[in-house]
Design a protein around this ligand. Structure first.
Ligand code: C5P
Length: 240
């Protein structure tokens, strides 16, 4: 799949999300959007169908993490939604990730089916060293943990990882150029220090660093003119 800008549609209801997407209805090519837990739990699978019908590509960001059998069966159901990208936690282990891939790759009859890209979350960006060492009792340094989990994801056959744009080049180095990096934490130059994101990068720098997909939420959804902010993101990311 081509590199792209993905808008994080973090809205509390279907109405709020659709009203936001209405702003893009005159645009011939519709933005790639991310649906996360908030919107999916509020609006259910129907919101995925509605957004798809409007011509958007969808990253369904539900971060599955459970026993392999449950994850496989859940992905078999989610595969029916025919989205373009989904994810699970690498912390579930290789066997769980292999099960996730199996669930996505087979239709209800067990036959091989076209599947969405499957991306792994290595460590959440909200997990700091203290949480890693004291709560999770993982003695390794964060960098090593992220690397190990990313290689597990690649070995399990997944397509890439969600990571900070600061880690994108490293991930490509050890996991291969084709292993995708999906990177949130994007801000325009003028917005440095805003919101709760700490390790931020501009769209242009993220592209230079090797991000394949940038995930951008508030800089677009809360902009005075969201369409203009989206166009600026595209232009910066693609260097136009
Ligand atoms: O508004 P903002 O641009 O910060 O939104 C970033 C999006 O990416 C949010 O939906 C957030 O949940 C998601 N995300 C993140 N960091 C991760 C994984 C996902 O910011 N490590």
């Amino acid at each position: 799949m081509q590199k792209d800008v993905i808008i994080a549609c973090d809205f509390p209801s279907a109405e709020a999300c659709l009203e936001f997407l209405d702003l893009f209805k005159d645009r011939p090519s519709k933005p790639f959007v991310k649906i996360g837990m908030e919107l999916f739990y509020a609006a259910g699978p129907d919101i995925v169908r509605q957004i798809k019908e409007r011509g958007h590509k969808i990253f369904l960001d539900l971060k599955l993490h459970d026993i392999p059998n449950t994850v496989e069966r859940a992905f078999r159901v989610l595969a029916n939604l025919d989205v373009d990208m989904v994810n699970c936690h690498a912390g579930g282990g290789k066997v769980m990730m292999e099960a996730a891939l199996r669930g996505l790759s087979q239709d209800q009859t067990g036959a091989e089916a076209k599947r969405p890209l499957l991306i792994a979350v290595t460590q959440l960006t909200s997990t700091d060293d203290k949480t890693l060492h004291e709560d999770l009792l993982i003695p390794e340094e964060m960098e090593n943990v992220v690397k190990h989990y990313a290689l597990n994801a690649r070995d399990a056959g997944l397509d890439g990882v969600v990571c900070s744009p600061w880690e994108a080049a490293g991930v490509h180095q050890y996991a291969g150029e084709k292993f995708l990096t999906v990177t949130p934490g994007i801000r325009f130059e003028s917005q440095a220090g805003k919101d709760d994101q700490k390790r931020i990068m501009t769209p242009a720098k993220a592209r230079e660093a090797g991000s394949d997909f940038i995930v951008v939420g508030r800089p677009i959804t809360r902009a005075e003119n969201p369409v203009q902010a989206y166009e600026k993101c595209l232009a910066d990311f693609f260097g136009e």
